[in-house]
Ligand binder design. Structure first.
Ligand code: GLN
Length: 304
């Protein structure tokens, strides 16, 4: 398969399209990013790299980080994790609070904000120096020691994160947050502020795309079955209320973030990362979804 030519062709075709979508401005620091950035990176299981555009430029990975935090929580707690957070698609926006009250403080899944905040609470409980250990794990997954939090993004979100404050307080009222709410949000905002390139995300998610090998990085161990389950949650919940449509159009497990990044996986075959900051009305990269739809169509490769 000539992946590079396919990537080049889709990239060129999309360049000629009118670009719809809006950059996320509710986190003021993200509004400073150039909306025209566009990078793609493909990392195959046999070790080949293909890329185009801004694939080596760092951007705010935002909710893509929820896959990393979930993997740590699953490793530390095992099945007990599912007492605190579910595995059902929410059918709601990433920051919606409506289900939380009538489901008595148990978020539908770990990728909507309230679910990720519960996972953040678990990490604050179980890791001694949460921010440091989280970062060490990401560095071990990628082999890149320079990966870091973007403190300006974290601060910016801390100042404007009214909905996340509502989530954490609602969760706390149901007893599903064990630590100080501010401490939990501080870690959550830091994990979301991680700054990485498409290439680095490819290296990290490569570990989740391999369901045949032992997963063991920096003291975080996952069984093959746990890795498969993380992929199942990505397929069903990775794009919030666009998860069904993403499976329908693209056919890969994946995860998006409001920084405009998307990482998708074809298990045991490849990891593909796309970054384009303008978002569709579901909060997922407009061009990212379009690119991946074309990619799985033209390669005729998906999980189905
Ligand atoms: N940090 C963002 C928030 O909490 C993450 C949202 C996202 O990427 N979908 O709102």
């Amino acid at each position: 398969m000539d992946y590079q030519s396919i990537i080049n062709e889709i990239y060129r075709d999309l360049m000629f399209e009118e670009d719809f979508g809006q950059i996320a401005t509710y986190i003021p620091e993200l509004a400073k990013v150039s909306p025209n950035k566009f990078g793609v990176h493909l990392y195959t299981h046999d070790g080949f790299n293909y890329s185009i555009g801004d694939a080596r430029e760092k951007f705010s990975i935002q909710s893509i980080s929820k896959v990393f935090s979930l993997s740590i929580a699953l490793s530390l707690l095992g099945p007990a994790l599912w007492k605190r957070v579910g595995v059902e698609p929410s059918g709601t926006a990433f920051n919606s609070i409506v289900q939380l009250e009538y489901e008595r403080g148990i978020p539908r899944n770990p990728f909507i904000n309230p679910g990720a905040i519960v996972v953040a609470d678990l990490l604050v409980t179980y890791l001694k120096d949460t921010k440091k250990e989280f970062l060490e794990y990401i560095r071990a997954l990628t082999g890149v020691d320079t990966i870091d939090y973007d403190k300006d993004v974290a601060k910016s979100e801390q100042r404007s994160g009214y909905k996340n404050s509502a989530h954490v307080n609602m969760l706390k009222s149901f007893g599903n947050i064990k630590n100080d709410v501010e401490e939990v949000l501080d870690f959550y905002y830091h994990q979301c502020s991680l700054s990485m390139t498409c290439e680095e995300l490819g290296k990290a998610f490569h570990k989740f795309s391999d369901t045949n090998s032992v997963f063991s990085y920096n003291g975080i161990h996952l069984s093959q079955s746990q890795v498969k389950r993380i992929n199942a949650i990505m397929l069903m919940c990775g794009f919030y209320d666009e998860s069904g449509e993403f499976a329908f159009k693209v056919g890969l497990p994946g995860k998006s973030g409001v920084g405009g990044g998307i990482v998708a996986i074809l298990p045991n075959k490849y990891t593909i990362s796309v970054w384009s900051p303008r978002l569709n009305n579901k909060g997922n990269s407009y061009m990212g979804v379009r690119f991946l739809k074309q990619f799985t169509t033209r390669t005729n490769q998906s999980i189905f």
